[in-house]
Design a protein around this ligand. Structure first.
Ligand code: AMP
Ligand code: MG
Length: 351
C-alpha cells in the first residue's frame, strides 16, 4: 500500500479534511496529530476498520481503542449515560488530554472496546485533530500511531518510520505539544480510578471530582516489582511492555554528580545516556542524549519518546537514564520511563 503524506500547514485545512473524510468513510486508516501523540485513526463504529488498526499496529486484540470526538455532544450516543462526573471533567478538561471510561452503548462494536463492556472517549484540542474529527459524523478510534511496543510517535517522521506502507495516509502537523499519551480515568465505578497518568494529574482530577483512586498496578512500586505484584492493570494496554528501545535500559537514582561519574565509568561508545540538559556536561563517557530541562518539566515529557527512538537510531547496546522524578510531579514521565526500562531502577551505589 502506498501511504499518502498530507501536509497540514497554514490555516486552511479544508482540502485535507475532505481527503481524510473520504478515506475514513471508506474504512481506511489515517494517522493524525493530536496534542498528546500522533493517533492512528479509523471509523470507530466500523468493526472491520477497527480490526485494520490492530493489524497495522500488530496490536493485541484485547487492548481496546480510544474513541476521539470533535464535540462534547458526540459523547452521549457512545455511552449508556453521561454521568455527573463526566460532565464535570468535560467542563474542566475538554477539549484536552483526558480520556474517560464509561459503560458503552450498543453503538460501539466489541472490536473497538476490546470486548469490554466499557468505552474510552476523548475530545482532543489539537486544531488539526479537531478539524478532522468535526468533518466526519462518526467517532474515530485512534490508538497511538506506532507499531505495538515501540515508543509513541511525537513527530510525523516517527509515524512514517513505523507506518509507511501499512496505512492509507499520514497527516503531518509538525511536532506534538505534550508528548505523552492522555490521562485515563475510569468513571464506570463508584469512585473514579486513574488508569494511566498523563498531563492532567491526579491533583487536577481530585480538584474537580473529590475522591480519586489510583489503579495499584500502575504505581512505581508495581512496575519496579513487576514479578511479585499480581493483578492485571485495569487499562489492558498498561500491562504490555511498552515504549521500549531495543537495548536494555536501566534508570539510575542518586546524587547527580555521582550518577554521572558511575555511568561514565561503565559506558562505551555504544552506550546511550539519557540525562537532562543541566547534567549533560558532567558525563565523560557514553553518548549523551539530552532529555529536556529539569527547570522546564514539559520539555522532558515532550522529548521522551523521541529520545527513546534515538537510542535505536544510534545503535545503542546499553542505555542508562537518570531518575527524573524531581521534574515529574504527576508521575507521567516516570511511568513511561519505568515501563521502557521494564522496571529496572537502581540506586547508583548498587550499579
Ligand atoms: P493508546 O491509544 O495506544 O494510548 O492506548 C489506549 C489505552 O487506553 C490502552 O492502555 C487501553 O488499554 C486503554 N483503554 C481503552 N479503552 C479502555 C477501556 N474500556 N477500559 C480500560 N482501558 C481502556
Ligand atoms: Mg499506545
Amino acid at each position: 500500500m502506498k501511504t499518502e503524506i498530507l501536509r497540514a500547514s497554514g490555516n486552511d485545512l479544508s482540502g485535507i479534511c475532505l481527503r481524510v473524510k473520504e478515506i475514513w468513510e471508506s474504512g481506511g486508516l489515517v494517522a493524525f496529530p493530536t496534542e498528546t501523540v500522533y493517533g492512528l485513526g479509523a471509523d470507530g463504529l466500523d468493526s472491520t476498520a477497527s480490526r485494520r488498526i490492530y493489524a497495522a499496529k500488530n496490536r493485541p486484540s484485547d487492548n481496546p481503542l480510544i474513541l476521539h470526538i470533535g464535540d462534547q455532544k458526540d459523547l452521549e450516543p457512545l455511552v449508556q449515560r453521561v454521568t455527573e462526573n463526566a460532565e464535570k471533567l468535560m467542563d474542566a478538561f475538554w477539549p484536552g488530554p483526558l480520556t474517560m471510561i464509561l459503560p458503552k452503548s450498543s453503538a460501539v462494536p466489541d472490536e473497538t472496546s476490546g470486548g469490554l463492556p466499557t468505552v474510552a472517549v476523548r475530545m482532543p484540542s489539537h486544531p488539526v485533530a479537531n478539524a478532522l474529527l468535526k468533518s466526519v459524523s462518526v467517532p474515530i478510534a485512534a490508538p497511538s500511531a506506532n507499531l505495538s511496543g515501540r515508543p509513541s510517535p511525537t513527530k510525523a517522521a516517527h509515524v512514517i518510520e513505523d507506518m509507511n506502507g501499512r496505512i492509507d495516509a499520514i497527516v503531518d502537523g509538525g511536532d506534538v505539544g505534550i508528548g505523552i499519551e492522555s490521562t485515563i480515568v475510569d468513571l464506570s465505578q463508584e469512585v473514579p480510578v486513574l488508569l494511566r497518568p498523563g498531563f492532567i494529574t491526579m491533583d487536577m482530577l481530585a480538584g474537580v471530582l473529590g475522591e480519586v483512586q489510583v489503579d495499584p498496578a500502575i504505581t512505581r512500586e508495581a512496575i519496579i516489582g513487576h514479578r511479585t505484584i499480581t493483578g492485571a492493570p485495569k487499562a489492558p494496554g498498561m500491562k504490555y511492555r511498552h515504549y521500549a528501545p531495543k537495548a536494555p535500559l536501566t534508570i539510575v537514582t542518586g546524587d547527580p554528580a555521582r550518577v554521572a561519574e558511575r555511568i561514565s565509568s561503565l559506558a562505551d561508545d555504544r552506550t546511550a545516556v539519557l540525562a537532562p540538559e543541566e547534567h549533560a556536561a558532567m558525563y565523560t563517557g557514553g553518548q549523551v542524549l539530552t532529555l529536556g530541562r529539569l527547570s522546564e518539566p514539559e520539555s522532558i515529557a515532550k522529548a521522551l519518546f523521541d529520545v527513546l527512538r534515538k537510542c535505536d537510531a544510534i545503535g545503542a547496546r546499553r542505555i542508562y537514564a537518570e531518575d527524573l522524578t524531581s521534574a515529574d510531579p504527576g508521575g507521567a514521565v516516570m511511568n513511561r520511563l519505568l515501563k521502557a526500562a521494564g522496571g529496572s531502577f537502581v540506586n547508583v551505589n548498587e550499579l
